[in-house]
Design a protein. Structure first.
Length: 215
C-alpha cells in the first residue's frame, strides 16, 4: 500500500479493520445507522482528503498507522461557507464533491482502500485548512491565500452556524464518520491495554529479581 500524502484523495474501505473484533451486536452499538448502511454496501463510495502524513499510534508496528483526513461528500446541495465545492476537473473524480473543511478526523490507513483522482494543489490544500482554522476561531480573519476564483473551488452563501439545513447535514456526516473514528478509538484502547499488561509484567519481573538478590 502506498503511503498517503497530504492533498491526496483516498477511497474509504467498507471492510473496517481494527485490533479489536466487534460482534454484530457491538457493531450496532458502536456504529451509527448511516455507518452500518455504508458497511452493508447500501450507500455510494466515500472519499477523504489526506491532511497529515501517517504516524505510528503509540509504540507499535506499521500495521496501525494513523492519519488525519478531511471528509468529502457528493451531496453538493449542502454547499456552505465551510463545505466548499471541488469541481470534478480539479479532483479528477467522476463528479463534484464538497470538502468538509470543518470535519477533520483521525483514521487508520488500513481503512483506506486506494488513492484516486488528482492530488490537490498546495494552494487549494492551504485554503481549505485556513477555512477550517477560521471556523474554529484559530485565526482572526480568513486570509485569502489566493483568490478563490483562481483556485477553481466554490464557497456557498449559507452559514453553517445559522442554517438548520447545514447543521443537519453536519450531524449526519459526524454520524457516518464512525466508520473511521471507532477503529481509531478501538486501536487506542487495545494499545493502552497492551502497555498496561507489559508494565505489570515488567514490575513482576523486577520484583522477582529483587527478591532473588535479597536472598
Amino acid at each position: 500500500m502506498l503511503t498517503p500524502q497530504p492533498g491526496e484523495i483516498w477511497e474509504v474501505s467498507r471492510l473496517v479493520q481494527s485490533p479489536l473484533k466487534f460482534s454484530d451486536e457491538e457493531q450496532q452499538t458502536f456504529y451509527s445507522f448511516l455507518a452500518q448502511n455504508f458497511l452493508a454496501g447500501n450507500s455510494p463510495p466515500r472519499y477523504v482528503m489526506i491532511v497529515k502524513e501517517p504516524e505510528l499510534l503509540m509504540d507499535t508496528n506499521d500495521q496501525w498507522l494513523i492519519v488525519s483526513v478531511m471528509l468529502l461528500s457528493e451531496e453538493i446541495d449542502f454547499l456552505s461557507d465551510v463545505d466548499l465545492l471541488i469541481p470534478s476537473q480539479i479532483s479528477g473524480l467522476k463528479q463534484d464533491f464538497l470538502a468538509e473543511t470543518w470535519h477533520i478526523i483521525p483514521a487508520l490507513t488500513c481503512n483506506l482502500v486506494r488513492r484516486v483522482g488528482n492530488r490537490l494543489s498546495r494552494h487549494i490544500y492551504d485554503y481549505l485548512l485556513t477555512v477550517r482554522d477560521y471556523y474554529y476561531g484559530l485565526v482572526d480573519e480568513l486570509l485569502i491565500i489566493s483568490p478563490i476564483q483562481e483556485l477553481g473551488i466554490i464557497c456557498g452563501d449559507l452559514s453553517s452556524a445559522n442554517s438548520l439545513k447545514i447543521q443537519g447535514f453536519h450531524k449526519a456526516e459526524q454520524d457516518w464518520s464512525d466508520i473511521l473514528t471507532v477503529p481509531v478509538a478501538a486501536c487506542e484502547t487495545y494499545l493502552k491495554s497492551i502497555n498496561f499488561t507489559n508494565s505489570l509484567l515488567n514490575e513482576a519481573l523486577q520484583l522477582e529479581q529483587d527478591l532473588k538478590f535479597d536472598n
